[in-house]
Write a protein that binds this ligand. Structure first.
Ligand SMILES: Cc1ncc(COP(=O)(O)O)c(C=O)c1O
Length: 372
């Protein structure tokens, strides 16, 4: 077994002031200094192009693509560069043609970018969308495995899944679910937005048809950029937009690249963020974040708030339920105390990344005790 070395706090690489507890990486992350610097150089290149070689950006694009591939165990050839997860999902839905009468499976209260393109495909091809209800015991994996195997159900055509629920970090164990999806002869499409960079994701193990993630959250990069993994047998489809970069000379998943791909700011920023994470190692990041969310979980349960059992929680996102409901202004009250988090689907979502230290956790717990 591979040894995971402990990862120290990486605060010095960010511009997060000591008194700020920023526990909202699942919404969007601050940029590491190196990523900001890469973006600033890119801005200069666009301001004063005569000082810079445009070809350099092409090299950054290749580095960004390679960095994205490395984080999920893919080859560079299998990665497309797109503008968002909804762009990725529209591309995937355009290139999976299921037989009418089958099911598209997903979990309840899924993020809209993972729903709309598939709802449209279901309408167009006469498929049923089956939404697995939130299980009372929090075990999405068991609920999904039961739904896949449900006797008498229409054949499974496509499973559109995530490795954890975006709203509260409850785990959806795709390593156990993917084999069942494949055994049913269905396509597997993964939205790994809330996972890549913070917990191990391996396309060699999951064998998805498509898998997408953006750079602005756990991957510590810019907004308006995402990557789409396309399995080798899914690389001969049609992109949403046709351009010089994804035309007849494009190889592999580059077939799905977006227009204006070689962005002088976004590509260096994305490559720098992805390479930072590779340097730490995702298992080490996950282990550090698990320690932080465990501290948060212990602290909030001590004051009577509820969290999912540890075995059903992802390492990096903690959903906190307040018996009787959250105060409507909880986020604003936390903010007044320099604690930054989100409320999603009626629960408090705490999502630390590598800049967070134990003092941030203590500040958050003190604030929650004071407010609640
Ligand atoms: C699960 C999930 N998917 C996708 C996204 C972002 O989608 P898009 O890139 O289409 O804006 C988010 C953002 O919070 C998310 O949580």
């Amino acid at each position: 077994m591979q040894t995971v070395l402990p990862l120290p706090c990486q605060r010095a690489l960010f511009e997060v002031p000591p008194h700020i507890s920023y526990l909202d990486a699942a919404a969007w992350s601050p940029l590491p200094r190196g990523v900001s610097a890469a973006g600033a150089t890119g801005l200069l290149a666009k301001r004063q192009p005569w000082f810079y070689a445009r070809e350099d950006v092409v090299a950054w694009t290749a580095r960004a693509r390679a960095g994205a591939a490395a984080l999920i165990g893919a080859t560079t050839d299998d990665m497309a560069i797109v503008g968002s997860v909804s762009h990725a999902m529209a591309t995937a839905a355009r290139n999976i043609i299921p037989i009418p009468g089958g099911r598209i499976l997903r979990v309840a209260e899924e993020f809209p970018s993972l729903c709309f393109a598939w709802d449209r495909l279901a309408d167009a091809r006469g498929l049923v969308v089956e939404v697995v209800a939130r299980p009372a015991d929090g075990d999405w994996t068991a609920a999904l495995l039961a739904a896949i195997a449900r006797p008498g159900a229409p054949p499974l055509a496509v499973a559109t899944l995530t490795p954890l629920h975006w709203s509260d970090g409850t785990l959806i164990d795709l390593n156990r679910i993917a084999p069942a999806v494949h055994a049913a002869g269905a396509a597997l499409v993964v939205d790994a937005t809330q996972a890549v960079g913070a917990m191990p994701i391996d396309v060699g193990r999951l064998k998805p048809d498509f898998l997408a993630f953006p750079t602005y959250k756990w991957a510590l990069g810019p907004y308006s950029l995402a990557f789409l993994y396309a399995a080798p047998h899914r690389q001969d489809g049609t992109p949403l937009e046709e351009n010089d970069g994804n035309g007849s000379s494009a190889t592999g998943a580059q077939r799905y690249d977006k227009g204006e791909r070689d962005d002088p700011m976004a590509m260096p920023m994305a490559a720098t963020g992805l390479e930072l994470i590779a340097g730490w190692g995702v298992p080490a990041v996950a282990a550090r974040l698990r320690g932080l969310t465990d501290l948060l979980a212990d602290g909030v349960t001590a004051v009577g708030l509820a969290v999912a059992p540890r075995a059903l929680r992802a390492p990096h996102i903690l959903g906190v339920a307040v018996p009787g409901g959250l105060p409507p202004d909880l986020v604003a009250q936390l903010r007044q105390r320099d604690v930054f988090a989100s409320v999603r689907l009626g629960g408090l979502r705490l999502s630390p990344h590598v800049w967070v230290n134990e003092a941030d956790i203590a500040r958050c717990l003190d604030a929650l005790r004071a407010i609640l």
